[in-house]
Write a protein that binds this ligand. Structure first.
Ligand SMILES: NC(=O)c1ccc[n+]([C@@H]2O[C@H](COP(=O)([O-])OP(=O)(O)OC[C@H]3O[C@@H](n4cnc5c(N)ncnc54)[C@H](O)[C@@H]3O)[C@@H](O)[C@H]2O)c1
Length: 279
């Protein structure tokens, strides 16, 4: 007799908060929630991206609910207000994806990138990167995780990166003819934030292990997003599978991690990197 294991992937009516929900991968996390018939709640400091994501999801799926809140996740009082609104409306909060981070696209795309040589890396950028990527994740886990531990059920996914496991190979970002001290490199704060978030996962997974709240890390890597051919070739040479990832290659894993399909998984680091960190 069929055992209906696929039913365990359901997120029916579950309220799942996604920080940085207006960004590139935030949209894909929201798709995972929509696929499972849950309710994605997007939190972002920039309204425009979030509205674009919401409209596109409602158009693609034709039905369902997408909640949006313009907020700065480094401000605890703003998060508490959102928690209260959601609890008033739904009475439960079932999941949190700590996805927001300052993610400078060194290979192109990000505007006004200053040279980020370690020796001169500005302390104000360091503080801001840690505030969004680590403090924001901690505050969201405090405010929304508290609801989940009181409910006795919930799930947190912390988004790290292959750069949470290995150092960036700065050679792929080098531009010919640019002096050493003007080369733009992946900043030290990115490595520290992405390594740190794995520590947060392990800490909380154990802290809430008996409370029904599971906490895991997802490490996406090397997303294709309109980079030039030269960069794609350089990075692909570092990846055993020989190619960058597509944004929709994370959706099924996120659905698995958010749902009861992964009911015995906590404290884990799930790495989707085409093999990059394995050789
Ligand atoms: N794109 C990649 O290649 C890649 C690879 C590995 C890991 N990641 C990780 O995935 C996550 C998402 O990356 P992305 O490429 O979608 O980035 P993105 O820049 O497209 O999205 C990040 C979003 O976070 C929002 N944000 C920034 N500060 C905020 C704040 N204080 N409060 C609320 N929202 C805030 C931004 O407005 C933006 O919409 C990040 O944690 C990143 O480190 C990305």
């Amino acid at each position: 007799m069929k055992k209906n294991y696929m039913d365990r992937f359901s997120l029916k009516d579950k309220v799942i908060i996604i920080t940085g929900g207006g960004g590139l991968i935030g949209m894909k996390h929201a798709e995972a929630v929509m696929e499972g018939e849950g309710i994605p709640v997007l939190l972002d400091i920039v309204e425009a991206g979030m509205i674009r994501v919401k409209n596109s999801l409602l158009e693609e799926y034709g039905e369902g609910v997408v909640e949006t809140f313009v907020t700065d996740i480094t401000k605890r009082e703003e998060l508490e207000k959102i928690r209260d609104v959601l609890m008033e409306k739904y009475g439960h909060i079932d999941g949190l994806i700590n996805n927001a981070a300052n993610n400078p696209k060194v290979e192109g795309g990000s505007k006004n990138l200053a040279a980020t040589r370690f020796e001169e890396f500005p302390v104000n950028i360091w503080k801001d990167d840690l505030a969004v990527g680590l403090t924001g994740a901690v505050l969201c886990a405090q405010v929304f995780g508290d609801v989940m531990q009181k409910q006795g059920k919930g799930i947190v996914i912390n988004i790290s990166s292959d750069y949470g496991l290995i150092s960036p190979d700065q050679r792929i970002y080098r531009k010919e003819g640019v002096p050493e001290d003007e080369q733009i490199i992946k900043p030290v704060s990115y490595s520290v934030v992405k390594h740190g978030i794995i520590g947060l996962t392990k800490y909380l997974a154990i802290y809430w292990a008996q409370k029904g709240v599971r906490v895991n890390t997802l490490c996406p890597a090397s997303l294709e997003n309109g980079q030039d051919e030269e960069f794609k070739k350089k990075i692909s040479n570092l990846i055993p599978m020989g190619r960058m990832s597509k944004p929709d290659e994370y959706v099924n894993t996120v659905l698995y991690m958010l749902s009861d399909a992964s009911s015995y998984m906590t404290g884990a680091t799930v790495v989707l990197d085409g093999g990059r960190t394995s050789w």
